[in-house]
Design a protein around this ligand. Structure first.
Ligand code: FES
Length: 143
């Protein structure tokens, strides 16, 4: 099966599953308990993440949804030099992307992204947008 056919199959399965089970989307986007306990909302609405205590961020390329800022879902990934926060709003038309085994996928029209938010497959034409973040000791402040 070609890469394109595999992508379409994965897209069809995810889109069908999401349509059939609305709860499936919620389950797929739920914050892992280990990460949830390491995220704190600041009074100004930003999120403070104790990144060294989040198992998903233990290795480069790992990524996890950390919550929402101003109603928009946000994730953090570990990079070669630190951490990067990015929006989970699809750059195509704004649907919230969800995690799958290969990265992030948009349930609306099937765009796919790497775990670190780079574009793999359209219709989106760019990767997931960076969200401002600053690291101090092991706390990444996002937003
Ligand atoms: S909104 Fe994500 S692919 Fe269209």
């Amino acid at each position: 099966m070609s890469d394109e056919a595999q992508g379409l199959t994965r897209r069809a399965i995810l889109t069908g599953a999401c349509a059939a089970l609305g709860l499936g989307v919620a389950a797929a986007t739920a914050l892992p308990a280990a990460a949830d306990s390491q995220v704190r909302r600041l009074p100004d609405g930003r999120l403070a993440v104790r990144v060294r205590r989040v198992p998903e961020l233990a290795r480069e390329g790992g990524a996890v949804r950390i919550g929402t800022i101003n109603g928009r879902a946000v994730a953090v990934t570990r990079t070669a030099t630190g951490y990067r926060a990015f929006s989970l709003a699809c750059p195509h038309q704004g649907a919230t992307v969800v995690r799958d085994a290969d990265g992030w996928v948009c349930p609306a029209h099937g765009s796919e992204f790497t775990p670190t938010g780079d574009l793999v497959l359209g219709p989106a034409t760019r990767g997931l947008s960076t969200v401002k973040s600053t690291l101090s000791k092991d706390v990444l402040t996002v937003g």
